[in-house]
Design a protein. Structure first.
Lengths: 78, 192
């Protein structure tokens, strides 16, 4: 049986990349018997689901002083 | 200033008002540094001024500006990665905080149950803030690789080429990043 370290590596790789049949089987067998790696798989999925949106959620507006500096720089000199 | 130049500069000023927050936020989630984000937004508008004449208004302004910013971010990554690459890849291989010598979870590192099935919904804003904080704690190479993969949905092949790393290093980096992120979320978000 593969180790938890290998199993978590395969979990991370299986998203988007196609695992070889052999690796898929080994991973499935491991996950059936290991609740920690099953949790890892589930939590990895939660992270993946949310992370795409992270780039589009506005968490931080540009501070006023930074805006003023940039506006000054991009103003035409004339 | 000619009439046309005046028109362009009014247009740029308006673009800045409309999109500076969006672009700044886009930059900061990817570079994790306020000064660098400010510089990148500035560079984006400087480039926009130069190319506004060729910009056809039938494509979306936000798409156009974001494309410029993305290129600036990639340039920034290239510079950063050359500084950090060697040392970061070496430390990735010889530190193992999560697994014992047989590759099993260390007792204190085992993933705990997040209890998300009990109808307990995720507070989105809070989750994103913590996720962002956890990403910012990754080392430079991990963070850049991770952001390119997940936020920008780049191909593995392109990322490896851009960052000049091998595919196997790439997967080691992503694996380590995921282990660290999961742990960070568990400690700061789930256990609170």
């Amino acid at each position: 049986m593969i180790s938890c370290e290998d199993a978590t590596q395969l979990v991370v790789m299986k998203n988007g990349e196609s695992l070889r049949f052999y690796d898929r089987m080994r991973l499935r067998a491991h996950l059936m018997m290991c609740k920690y790696c099953s949790r890892f798989e589930e939590q990895n999925r939660i992270i993946d689901e949310h992370i795409k949106e992270l780039g589009t959620v506005t968490l931080k507006e540009m501070p006023g002083d930074a805006k003023a500096r940039v506006e000054k720089k991009i103003k035409p000199s004339g | 200033m000619t009439e046309e130049e005046k028109k362009d500069s009014t247009r740029i000023a308006k673009l800045f008002r409309d999109y500076s927050d969006y672009l700044y936020n886009f930059a900061i989630t990817r570079v994790n540094d306020e000064h660098i984000a400010e510089d990148l937004v500035q560079d984006t508008f400087v480039a926009a001024i130069k190319s506004i004449k060729n910009f056809e208004s039938k494509s979306k302004e936000s798409t156009w500006l974001t494309a410029i910013l993305k290129n600036k971010i990639i340039d920034h990554y290239r510079k950063k990665v050359n500084q950090y690459k060697k040392e970061s890849i070496e430390t990735l291989h010889d530190t193992n905080d999560y697994f014992d010598e047989r590759g099993s979870w260390r007792v204190d590192q085992r993933p705990t149950d997040w209890h998300l099935d009990s109808g307990h919904s995720i507070d989105q804003k809070e989750f994103y803030e913590i996720l962002q904080k956890c990403i910012s704690r990754l080392n430079e190479l991990q963070r850049i690789t991770f952001v390119m993969k997940h936020l920008d949905d780049a191909d593995t092949e392109d990322i490896c080429k851009e960052l000049k790393i091998t595919t196997s290093n790439y997967w080691v980096i992503i694996h380590r990043a995921k282990l660290q992120l999961r742990k960070c979320l568990e400690v700061t978000w789930v256990n609170n």
